[in-house]
Write a protein that binds this ligand. Structure first.
Ligand SMILES: Cc1ncc(COP(=O)(O)O)c(C=O)c1O
Length: 439
């Protein structure tokens, strides 16, 4: 993963540069999440944003951008959606944190269960990292086993076990195996190639009885978007069941992205435990873990698997989540999202083809990745083989033309309900100019 050098960022104005210099003196790398750094798409300061509205964001220099970062996935209604703002404003007036159960938490849990049949019980948490960390602890507590099988290039947050060959920001900054993760932890995690059912079968034949959980993004989103091949998820389901292991779906990106529910119900494979985050918090920190009653009831205080949180089920986040899920329940919303995803992705593919630039476009609904390669991308090796130098150039060229993407070839573009025909047309015009300037 080298060869990212890029010309000087033309777009980052003096305000972004100054803000970043000040941040770097006090915050490691000047960012509070490594995925936000621009170091690997040409270096220089990241764009420092002040505000967002609808499909657009504005930086500290007053430049505006059409936003396809969507804060890494949550903002399916765009920025500062009026319903969400109203709901959060009302909630904050009632007191932002109460420290006891609140009716809104139960309402949200019920809303999630109504949308995702496999969630017989639900626990609300604050971050996706916590949801996956708790799912692993619960799977281990329930099965009495230690081993976790995961997949190369997946990202499941930053708890120790899942940083073994992780994707997303970890892959981008070149530390997929983090320092500080002990060898004992690493020995309890096995990372196999995504979409390689044969490898999982082989592993289960040897050690299936030691496996507590198979942890998988049912549609991968952290090596770029990679679809499960036919048979892969049903195969995992069969292997887990036969070995007495749990199947855990990380739907932190995919939950409510493609329809009003989890992608598992579109794919016809049911998880024992499901992790949710991002969209269900409507832009505020909220996550959930849900699944079979027999397993979920092992969580404290009903059972002996401990998990807790001062901010778990935070009233503001619950209010934002409920408003978001209600908006997403309006008729036609997902059809609109499918349309905007298709128009943009097909437009980009055509523009690249017109210029003879080899690309592969993996898309589902309002989420896609444009890989700079002619080859099919079905796993991390495929994503790594795409032209990262070209991506870095393209990223910068789009930024200079007012289009914001995640600063990594391992992330996705997300459209929102705020991306209408005008925004899409403007984006495709910028992309046409970017492709024309790409070498
Ligand atoms: C699939 C997936 N799982 C887990 C996480 C971790 O969530 P959080 O950043 O809220 O801790 C992410 C974050 O990007 C993710 O994409």
């Amino acid at each position: 993963m080298s060869g990212y050098e890029c010309p000087q960022n033309l777009r980052s104005g003096p305000g972004s540069r100054e803000a970043h210099t000040r941040a770097r003196a006090i915050i490691p790398g000047g960012v509070n999440s490594p995925a936000r750094a621009f170091g690997k798409v040409g270096g220089g300061p990241p764009v420092v944003l002040l505000r967002g509205q609808g499909a657009r964001v504005w930086d500290v220099d007053g430049n505006s951008y059409l936003d396809y970062l969507a804060a890494y996935g949550p903002l399916i209604l765009g920025h500062a959606h009026p319903r969400v703002v109203e709901a959060v404003s009302a909630a904050v007036r009632q007191g932002p944190l109460l420290g006891t159960p609140t009716p809104g938490e139960t309402e949200l849990a019920e809303t999630l269960r109504a949308a995702i049949p496999s969630l017989e019980m639900v626990r609300l948490l604050t971050t996706g990292t916590e949801a996956v960390m708790t799912a692993i602890r619960l799977a281990r507590g329930y099965t009495g086993r230690r081993l976790v099988v995961k997949f190369d290039g997946a990202y499941h947050g930053h708890s120790d076990p899942v940083l073994v060959r992780a994707g997303s920001g970890a892959a981008t900054v070149g530390v997929p195996d983090s320092l500080g993760v002990g060898s004992a932890t690493a020995s309890e995690v096995v990372s196999l190639p995504y979409n390689d059912l044969g490898a999982v079968r082989g592993f289960f034949a040897a050690r299936g009885e030691e496996v507590a959980a198979i942890l998988v993004e049912p549609v991968a989103g952290n090596m770029g978007l990679v679809e499960p091949e036919p048979g892969f998820l049903p195969g995992l389901r069969r292997l887990a069941t036969a070995a007495g292991a749990l199947l855990v779906f990380d739907e932190i990106i995919t939950g409510f992205r493609f329809h009003h529910g989890a992608v598992q119900d579109l794919l016809g494979v049911t998880a024992d435990l499901t992790c949710l985050g991002k969209i269900i918090g409507g832009g505020l920190p909220l996550a959930a873990l849900g699944g079979r009653r027999a397993i979920m009831s092992r969580l404290a205080p009903e059972g002996g698997v401990y998990q807790a949180g001062t901010h778990a089920g935070n009233p503001l986040a619950v209010a934002a989540g409920l408003a978001t899920l209600e908006e997403l329940g309006r008729p036609g919303v997902y059809e609109e999202l499918e349309r905007s995803g298709a128009v943009l992705a097909e437009g980009l593919r055509q523009l690249a083809a017109d210029r003879g630039i080899p690309v592969t476009l993996n898309r589902r609904g309002s989420m896609f990745t444009l890989f700079f390669t002619a080859e099919k991308v079905r796993d991390l090796a495929g994503a790594e083989a795409s032209d990262h130098r070209r991506f870095a150039r393209f990223h910068r060229l789009l930024l200079d033309r007012g289009v914001l993407l995640a600063p990594s070839p391992y992330e996705c573009w997300f459209t929102s309900t705020a991306h209408g025909p005008m925004e899409l047309e403007e984006t495709l015009e910028a992309a046409a100019a970017a492709f024309a300037a790409l070498d």
